[in-house]
Design a protein around this ligand. Structure first.
Ligand code: FEO
Ligand code: CA
Ligand code: CA
Ligand code: CA
Length: 668
């Protein structure tokens, strides 16, 4: 294994202080400008957003809760792909959820939902594709409202089911009795991409949108179905926003009714019982072709998919995607394609056919972390490792069952239960994979392990937990995406800089870089001014533990290398004060190698990031500013507050453009 030379060895900007201001704060010498906000129109005919709750037609506007994002370059004119363009491109981003209160004039109607309100809420979820460009004269970025490439994919957009689950009983619905098609995507959180120019959007907390009162529905289901539905949390008595209560003006319109997943009869195609099985997948689509339906890539398994970030592509080697399943005590997964990488495929024009080639057949693995810093990828394959029809955990029928219920297969093989696996990121120089473990309210001193070593009291919280989260990294054996084993350590632990340095603030964070609940995670894909690739690691937070001190933030780290630290033993405490110790392999984190770059406005989370290929324009998403307020009590006026006078303005999730006054590479 070679060691990495870091260029530059230090980060040049001055750290942004923690603050609770209602603006995006960036370092001196940088500028932050708002580019694309909730409700912004995406066709020439769509009226400007009034932002008073009366707006409609969200299928032609920016959605809410901007999240995972990727920049896809465009040629100077027309619709052709140019992956090297840093002046014109498509910003593709997820709209994970909604702040329901601000979408209606005086907040939502409770009980039976009016059709117009529910349609607005549904269509404010999904994905945006929006054309953006940089004016050569001024350097200013704008989006093109009239672009023919602008697109919304919503929970109502037709999709295609691909991979091993296609056509199986799990996905047969009234909409698609053959089990080949579906409708839409929801709770799109983080993302991934492919080198052939497609977006991967990931379905995270989909289960809660469905109505399935267990008291009445469980007796109509098989024991096996109840096990699966319970494991995935499809158990809400109302569904998150009550969409299934709508009486549609067109009785044939089932886009509301489908959110009621109760079984009603013997024929599974006559009701909506299988609708939840259409969600929880990684979804690929071609941002350059709005006419083609997104494809659900079922070979990558079904879970709370946070993201799906690829490892380094090497010709002749089978590529892999790393995937967190974000819920307490869930797992880290890797999908390895059956097909070795052919570099010419990066320039193909039938991009979804290339997706079929690499993403419809492969092996799904789950991670097991050992205390000595080693680990293994365990294949989730029907017939292996106890994943059989006679398993006492769940009687698997076939590989489609394994993929649809990947969590249950991972339970069978005894994978390591993690502190909420969120984003993965891959160091473009070394291929090392980094993983945010955002926090875990259920971690106790009795059930820590080396990979999830902390359980402690952080007042004012009165319960013991991993309250501040950490970042783990992993280096594949032989530095290949095909590896079945790896080494790992913990790169950085979140903490307030005032917390116990021996056992909680064990990464030695200071006022310039203390953070909590890491979530978004991304390696810059830029070269430094000398032309060397510089792996800058960007860290975004989604935190409730530190918000009494600072709004959520984004930091930059210069990563070292797995194994550059040592084993550290921390002492954890039960609420009663008894102690246990836990050893963990530690990364080396030097104070100057991590700095706070940005602090967001009130009540937001920072999530979603990319740059142009030249690294001189950074795009970052601000999600749910003012989320605790409502029209009668507005708690943030961002983004209007970014430029001053904003009294009374409702907050909006938005994309921000960050540039350097001297035109340099961001972060260096
Ligand atoms: Fe949507 Fe786990 O964050
Ligand atoms: Ca969120
Ligand atoms: Ca997240
Ligand atoms: Ca989160």
């Amino acid at each position: 294994e070679t060691s990495v030379t870091l260029n530059p060895a230090t980060l040049s900007f001055t750290a942004v202080p923690k603050n609770r201001n209602d603006v995006v704060t960036v370092p001196a010498g940088y500028t932050a400008t708002v580019l694309y906000r909730l409700g912004d129109p995406l066709t020439a005919a769509t009226p400007a957003y009034r932002n008073d709750g009366t707006d409609t037609d969200f299928a032609n506007r920016a959605g809410d809760h901007h999240d995972g994002m990727h920049y896809f370059g465009l040629a100077a004119t027309g619709t052709a792909r140019d992956p090297n363009s840093s002046t014109r491109g498509l910003l593709v981003m997820n709209h994970e959820n909604i702040t329901q209160a601000y979408l209606h004039p005086t907040g939502p109607t409770s009980g039976t939902r009016p059709e117009g309100e529910a349609l607005k809420e549904i269509e404010a979820h999904g994905v945006s594709v929006v054309e953006v460009s940089r004016a050569s004269a001024t350097g200013a970025w704008t989006y093109n409202q009239a672009s023919t490439l602008n697109r919304r994919i919503t929970p109502n957009t037709p999709t295609v089911i691909n991979g091993p689950v296609r056509g199986t009983a799990f996905v047969r619905t009234a909409y698609s009795p053959a089990g080949t098609d579906g409708r839409g995507t929801i709770n799109n959180c983080a993302n991934g991409y492919t080198p052939w120019g497609t977006m991967l959007t990931c379905e995270e907390n989909w289960a809660g949108y469905f109505r399935r009162p267990t008291a009445t529905d469980n007796p109509r289901r098989t024991a096996k179905e109840v096990t699966a539905l319970t494991r995935y949390g499809v158990s809400s008595g109302t569904g998150s926003y009550g969409w299934s209560t709508v009486t549609p003006s067109n009785p044939a319109n089932t886009v509301f009714r489908k959110w009621d997943a109760q079984a009603t009869g013997a024929d599974a195609t006559a009701d909506y019982r299988n609708e939840p099985n259409q969600y929880g997948w990684v979804v690929e689509f071609d941002p350059y072709d709005p006419t083609r339906a997104p494809r659900k890539r079922t070979a990558l398994g079904r879970m709370n998919h946070e993201g799906a970030w690829p490892g380094v592509f090497v010709a002749g080697r089978r590529p892999a995607w790393y995937m967190g399943d974000d819920a307490v005590n869930e797992y880290l997964y890797k999908f390895v394609s059956n097909t070795a990488w052919v570099e010419a495929d990066a320039a193909a024009t039938d991009r979804l056919a290339i997706g079929d080639k690499y993403l419809d057949a492969g092996t799904l693995y789950v991670a097991k972390f050992n205390a000595d810093g080693s680990g293994t990828w365990v294949p989730l394959v029907f017939g292996q490792n106890g994943i059989t029809s006679t398993s006492t955990v769940y009687p698997f029928a076939d590989q489609a069952d394994v993929l649809t219920h990947a969590r249950l297969a991972a339970d069978v093989v005894g994978a390591t239960r993690m502190d909420r696996p969120e984003w993965t990121a891959v160091n473009p120089v070394t291929g090392e994979m980094y993983l945010t473990l955002t926090n875990n309210s259920t971690r106790t001193p009795a059930n820590t392990d080396a990979a999830n070593p902390r359980a402690y009291l952080d007042p004012p919280s009165t319960s013991v937990s991993n309250r501040n989260g950490h970042i783990l990294r992993l280096r594949e054996t032989g530095d290949t995406t095909e590896a079945l084993a790896f080494r790992w350590d913990n790169f950085a632990f979140g903490a307030g800089s005032d917390l116990d340095a021996a056992n909680i603030n064990i990464s030695g964070l200071t006022a310039d870089n203390d953070f909590s609940s890491p979530d978004g995670l991304w390696f810059g894909r830029t070269t430094n001014p000398s032309g060397q690739i510089t792996p800058l690691l960007w860290i975004q937070t989604d935190d409730g533990a530190f918000t009494d001190v600072t709004n959520n933030q984004m930091l930059v780290a210069l990563p070292g290398q797995t194994g550059d630290g040592s084993v550290r033993t921390v002492t954890n405490r039960t609420a009663a004060g008894a102690t246990t110790t836990q050893a963990t392999p530690m990364g080396k984190l030097l104070g100057t190698a991590l700095k706070r770059f940005l602090v967001g406005p009130r009540e937001c989370e920072i999530t979603g990031i990319d740059t142009t290929p030249d690294g001189r324009t950074l795009f970052v998403n601000i999600q749910h500013p003012g989320e605790n307020g409502d029209p009668s009590n507005i708690t943030s006026n961002w983004p209007a507050s970014q430029t001053g006078a904003a009294t009374g303005s409702r907050p909006r999730s938005a994309t921000v453009v960050i540039t350097r006054t001297d035109g340099g590479i961001i972060g260096m």
